[in-house]
Design a protein around this ligand. Structure first.
Ligand SMILES: Cc1cc2nc3c(=O)[nH]c(=O)nc-3n(C[C@H](O)[C@H](O)[C@H](O)COP(=O)(O)O)c2cc1C
Length: 191
């Protein structure tokens, strides 16, 4: 019988907006903090560090797949948890997220079958990114990802976080905790 302590779970968190004052970046930070409190080793990602041109199949056919797509695909294949905070644009997700998923989905072996995925978003509208999150869940599921049941939609902004970055509303606090519980409870890996 082994006496070694189990290694902690690992996570990456990323934000689907590059805007300097993004209202989704605080959600990404909050989830990183909450996952750390739950014992997860978290790596904070910034999609600015994963530059990818607008997807065009001609680019991959000439062998010019961006190195960033391969790097991100490797991370999706090796981390236990991926959390994406995305704004809602016109009832869907942002071009940044669609483009990132397009490029990563073309990498082999399938980068979406390893991690447990959590998704959330902050909106200035009262529907709290729920249309975007439904789209995102469908798209990730279509790729073989396991997305946790709680969709962490938050809004309308402002007044959703306090000065410490914690949710103001009790039901959002609960939803954040529930998302962390789901992300850490399930595991997949080895695929
Ligand atoms: C092109 C565009 C489309 C938008 N569509 C929606 C929408 O469908 N629903 C919504 O709640 N907010 C929508 N918004 C408002 C966003 O919630 C708001 O701009 C938010 O601050 C974007 O997230 P960010 O601050 O993380 O960049 C839209 C904003 C833009 C720029």
């Amino acid at each position: 019988m082994t006496t070694e302590a189990p290694s902690p779970k690992t996570a990456i968190t990323l934000c689907g907006s590059l805007r300097k004052e993004s209202i989704n970046e605080p959600l990404r930070r909050l989830m990183s903090n909450k996952l750390r409190e739950a014992g997860v080793e978290v790596t904070d990602l910034d999609l600015r560090d994963f530059d990818m041109p607008i997807f065009n199949q001609d680019i991959e056919e000439t062998g010019e797949t961006p190195e960033a797509a391969k790097r991100l695909a490797d991370m999706f294949r090796s981390y236990d948890i991926v959390f994406i905070a995305s704004p809602e644009y016109n009832g869907g997700v942002t071009p940044l997220i669609v483009n990132m998923i397009s490029w990563v989905s073309r990498q082999k072996p399938n980068p979406f079958k390893h991690a447990i995925f959590g998704i959330g978003g902050v909106s200035d509208g009262k529907y709290a990114t729920i249309f975007a999150l439904s789209h995102l869940r469908d798209s990730l599921s279509k790729l073989g990802a396991l997305v946790v049941p709680t969709l962490l939609g938050i809004g309308p902004y402002p007044d959703v976080f306090d000065e410490n970055g914690e949710p103001n509303e009790a039901n959002i606090k609960w939803k954040v905790g529930q998302t962390v519980r789901e992300l850490t409870h399930f595991s997949r890996g080895g695929i």
